[in-house]
Design a protein around this ligand. Structure first.
Ligand code: PLP
Length: 421
């Protein structure tokens, strides 16, 4: 019989196998200094393009002040226990009311973390006779939520209306047999490539098919729509979203998340969300901090305006220089280049060490083999100088990629890793 830990000793998993070459640099890097457009990496100044602090609130003096005062007032423990048992407060309810109003829904309910909250919400919304239909490129938390489902599930091709409709037809057939209903899940903004989910077209399908629509708007909340209410507001269809989800981990620069929808749905979830019923309540420091951040989202439209000024300058500049930024329709800014994993490693080293640019790198198996994705998240704290320097650096690395410099630099690494370049 096998030892359960065999796999741990022999195979570190698809990402873990790169640990020796990548850890501390490409993965688990340590960015130091106050969270901002420029931080330190291994002692060197870098322009940071990989933190999701869209509106620049993480280190905003007003936010820091409220966070510090709340910590002094409540400590980090208050309240103790789950909401249902002993961890419920007026401020939790106030935050829910304000979040609901902000995203134009009747009611909201707080989640301690986006990831586990999403898993739990999917779990609470379906039972075994129901059918889930979801995008093949969905975030890991959606996939894990679907994994808990005991009934049928269908994936559709990414953002493909023909595939969505075909899978709704299949789901309808199953649901008619089992006597269940259908839950369709999309993201408001897909976090890797930056495309918006086709919320408007999907909601249009409600005229033909009977389903409920759940949207994970982690990247849309605070960044899209006239008031910042997200991708649904941007597309003019917020009403057609039955359950809306957003995390505090991006525009709100904090920890926690929420769902929003009709009061009756929120009341049901309040009594059925296992991640909240059996876990300690969101700490007061985070609740008070979220109230402050939400107030800033409401009253300081200049933050979103500055963000978009930067997004337009960065994306426009990249396009002008002939870079492939795919089909993004949001602040998420991907740059697609052609190259092997070892080449990508040499390129990122060059970007960080010789140009002072820190952005995330995504390679196979997350994207197809032979492609390198450099993913940038512009924020309201970036300056035109940051953008200019970044554009110059990108032109320089593209030239070196094309003239084979990285191939030469990475030949030894490639051989050691058994990778073809
Ligand atoms: C699309 C999406 N959904 C959910 C989450 C999880 O949120 P959290 O970080 O609050 O757990 C993330 C990442 O933060 C995300 O990008």
């Amino acid at each position: 019989m096998k030892d359960l830990f065999d796999k741990i000793y022999k195979d570190k998993g698809p990402l873990g196998k790169w640990a020796e070459q990548a850890e501390g640099y490409f993965v688990f890097p340590k960015l130091e200094g106050p969270i901002s457009n420029r931080m330190k990496f291994k002692g060197q100044d870098v322009i940071t393009w990989s933190i999701n602090d869209y509106l620049g609130l993480a280190n905003h003096p007003e936010v820091r002040k409220v966070d510090a005062e709340a910590a002094a007032k409540w400590g980090s423990a208050y309240p103790m226990g789950a909401r249902m048992m002993s961890g419920h407060t007026d401020l939790h309810e106030q935050l829910q009311r304000e979040l609901a109003a902000f995203v134009q829904k009747e009611a909201a309910y707080l989640l301690n973390f986006g990831y586990q909250g999403m898993v739990s919400t999917i779990d609470a919304l379906v039972s075994k006779d129901d059918v889930i239909v979801y995008d093949v490129d969905a975030h890991a938390c959606i996939i894990d939520g679907v994994r808990l489902h005991l009934g049928q599930r269908f994936t559709y091709r990414h953002n493909d209306m023909e595939s969505i409709e075909k899978n709704l037809q299949r789901a309808t057939k199953v649901a008619e047999k089992t006597g269940g209903g259908i839950l369709l899940i999309s993201e408001g903004v897909f976090g890797m490539r930056g495309e918006q989910g086709k919320l408007k077209e999907i909601i249009e399908l409600k005229k033909k098919y009977n389903f409920r629509f759940f949207v994970d708007d982690a990247h849309g909340f605070g960044t899209l729509g006239k008031t910042g209410a997200g991708a649904g507001e941007e597309q003019g269809v917020q009403d057609g979203i039955d359950v809306y989800f957003a995390t505090f981990a991006k525009s709100m620069a904090s920890t926690g998340a929420f769902i929003a929808g009709d009061e009756e749905i929120m009341n049901y979830l309040k009594y059925n969300l296992r991640s909240q019923m059996f876990a300690k309540s969101l700490q007061m420091v985070l609740v008070e901090g979220a109230l402050k951040r939400l107030d800033m989202l409401r009253t300081m439209p200049e933050l979103k305006e500055k963000l978009w000024e930067n997004v337009d300058a960065l994306q426009g500049g990249l396009k002008k220089r002939g870079f492939d930024i795919g089909t993004t329709q949001s602040c998420v800014t991907p740059v697609y280049l052609k190259g092997s994993i070892p080449e990508a490693m040499a390129l990122v080293k060059d970007l960080r060490e010789n140009h002072g640019i820190f952005c995330s790198i995504v390679v196979y198996p997350v994207i197809p083999k032979g492609l390198i994705l450099l993913r940038m998240i512009p924020t309201a704290t970036h300056t035109m100088q940051d953008i200019e320097e970044t554009l110059e650096a990108f032109s320089a690395i593209r030239e070196r990629l094309e003239n084979g410099t990285y191939k030469r630099l990475s030949a030894a690494v490639a051989e050691a890793m058994g990778e073809k370049i």
